[in-house]
Design a binder for this molecule. Structure first.
Ligand code: ADP
Ligand code: MG
Length: 326
């Protein structure tokens, strides 16, 4: 790809976690029941996402790595303003391929033969028949090997790992019916059962100690939200970071200060300074009360009737804590 493509790709693919996010989304789109994410050195050396989804034919995999929608990739200034994010739909594999070595091994469901396609810096190196299970495994090695300026921005291995862990956790919590596994440097970080139960998923990811400290939301206060469910922790089960507050709006993960503030306020002085509870919250928001286009790539949203929604969430969590004697 031309230099400009590599620069553009470097803007979109910020770090290993952005690769993982795109590959996991593809696996979910492909109807996977099981998704395994393996990373080495925080994903800087290697990322592999394998699924048991619909898979691809040789023809389909050749197409998948092409840039199908050039018209959407407008200019660098668009990218800098962050407005063209949605323009990158249909281009994740192409974009990741431009800044890494990529190998895709795939076999369609019910298909006879599999295919391995390898790319380096966006150029196809080989397309060969492969013996493999149905589904798709995408392996990304040497991320940013051909864009050294980008590579310099990567943080320490452990930091990149934390970002990947956050992403996989987010998708695993949102999809209790899919079996997720995350491995770092050959060691299992967590795996979920895929049995469709939120509480079991929380247990698999955060461990017994945390899961024991979490209680379900059963009653919802009056307000603009059509519904709210999920789990919150007791005031002692906390962390020094708010990343353990996961919010889903109409099934989609979002980042929102409104909800974080509401959660923290609900605990009030019960929470030690600079500590945050665990929370997994599903909000059922009337579509007219939420703007999802504030910053699509960062998944930020803005609520209409913000104060009323914040109060509703705060009251619901206060009530939940009270109901459980916390
Ligand atoms: P998009 O997902 O927006 O279509 P991508 O570049 O991420 O764009 O993927 C391109 C295409 O490759 C997808 O539309 C899909 O047809 C195919 N594909 C990618 N990943 C998978 C997968 N894990 N399983 C099956 N097909 C896939
Ligand atoms: Mg995609």
């Amino acid at each position: 790809p031309a230099t400009v493509d590599k620069i553009a790709a470097g803007e979109v693919v910020e770090r290993p976690a952005s690769v993982v996010k795109e590959l996991v989304e593809n696996a979910l789109d492909a109807d996977a029941a099981e998704i395994t994410v393996e990373i080495d050195a925080g994903g800087i050396e290697r990322i592999r996402v394998a699924d048991d989804g619909v898979g691809m034919s040789e023809e389909a995999v050749r197409k998948a790595v092409q840039q199908h929608t050039t018209s959407k990739l407008r200019s660098l200034s668009d990218l800098e303003r962050g407005v063209s994010t949605l323009g990158f739909r249909g281009e994740a594999l192409y974009t990741i391929g431009a800044v890494s070595r990529l190998a895709i091994t795939t076999k369609p469901r019910g298909g006879e033969t599999g295919t391995t396609l390898t790319l380096a810096g966006g150029e196809i190196e080989a397309v060969e028949p492969a013996g493999c299970p149905e589904g798709t495994a995408v392996e990304v090695t040497d991320l940013f090997y051909n864009t050294p300026a980008r590579k310099k921005y990567l943080k320490r291995e452990s930091t990149e790992f934390d970002h990947v862990n956050t992403i996989v956790t987010r998708y695993a919590l949102a999809n209790p019916g899919v079996r997720f596994a995350l491995e770092h440097n050959g060691r299992e970080v967590f795996s979920t059962t895929g049995q469709g139960d939120r509480q079991a998923t929380i247990l698999s990811i955060y461990g017994r100690e945390v899961a024991r400290g979490m209680v379900p939301i059963e009653e919802v206060a009056e307000g603009p939200l059509d519904g709210m469910s999920g789990y919150v922790s007791d005031p002692e089960t906390t962390r020094a970071s708010s990343t353990y507050i996961s919010t889903y709006v109409n099934g989609r993960y979002v980042r929102t200060n409104t909800v974080r503030t509401a959660v923290v306020d609900a605990y009030g002085t019960q929470l030690a300074p600079s500590r945050y509870p665990f929370a997994v919250l599903d909000l059922d928001v009337p579509p007219e009360s939420v703007d999802v286009n504030v910053h699509p790539r960062k998944m930020e949203v803005r609520f209409g009737e913000e104060t009323a929604i914040r109060e509703q969430i705060e009251e619901t969590i206060e009530g939940t804590l009270l109901d459980h004697g916390l």
